[in-house]
Design a protein around this ligand. Structure first.
Ligand SMILES: Cc1cn([C@H]2C[C@H](O)[C@@H](COP(=O)(O)OP(=O)(O)O[C@H]3O[C@@H](C)C(=O)[C@@H](O)[C@H]3O)O2)c(=O)[nH]c1=O
Length: 176
């Protein structure tokens, strides 16, 4: 889901609410419990990530620069299983992407660098972390960058066919 916050501009610069609990709960139906920040150089690609245990919904915003942000439906039985969406998020447009539970998430950096923040609906749980190959031909994500800079973990990721996927209706929480 693409969210367009109301941005107020004046002679000093700009202002917008990056998050407001009640309003965003109305839009996303989740409660966020962790905030993450990453700074990346041009051509860095992070993804496609998910947690098979303690699955996380994410609300992604760009503080500086521009990214191509991707979500892939990996809910077995979903009519959209294996389908992806990709959007440009930037400090120019100020759009946010909500990635629901049941989706793998990744982004690549189009600008010289990018500062990305994202809220998560569950905590970091390393034993549950999984990565699907960014260039899995079955997914055929149309990344704007052809030779990305990857982490060692992302360079040896599984294909969608090999990766464990969610059951439709997944809503688990680690926290309680
Ligand atoms: C994701 C995460 C990482 N870390 C640590 C572990 C590691 O030493 C360092 C870098 O971790 P990673 O290489 O996994 O970071 P990164 O590749 O940026 O991983 C992130 O990618 C994007 C696309 C997502 O959607 C996130 O959920 C997350 O998977 O930060 C935390 O402490 N908490 C966290 O929540």
């Amino acid at each position: 889901m693409l969210i367009e916050p109301r941005v107020f501009q004046d002679e000093r610069g700009e202002f917008f609410e990056t998050f407001q609990a009640e309003r965003y709960r109305g839009i996303t139906s989740v409660d966020f419990v962790q905030d993450n920040f990453s700074h990346s150089k041009q051509s860095v690609l992070r993804g496609l990530h998910y947690q098979i245990e303690c699955p996380q919904a994410k609300l992604v915003s760009v503080l500086q620069g521009e990214i191509f942000d991707v979500a892939v439906d990996i809910r077995k039985g979903s009519p959209n299983f294996g389908k992806w969406v990709g959007v440009s998020l930037s400090s120019e447009c100020r759009k946010q992407l909500f990635v629901p539970i049941g989706f793998a998430h990744g982004f690549c950096v189009i600008s010289e660098s990018a500062d990305v923040i994202y809220k998560c609906s569950d905590v970091y749980h390393p034993p549950g972390e999984r990565t699907i190959q960014w260039n899995d031909p079955e997914l055929a994500v149309e990344w704007p960058i052809k030779t990305p800079l990857l982490s060692p973990k992302d360079a040896v990721a599984l294909s969608l066919a090999e990766a464990p996927c969610f059951n439709i209706g997944v809503k688990d929480r680690c926290l309680s």
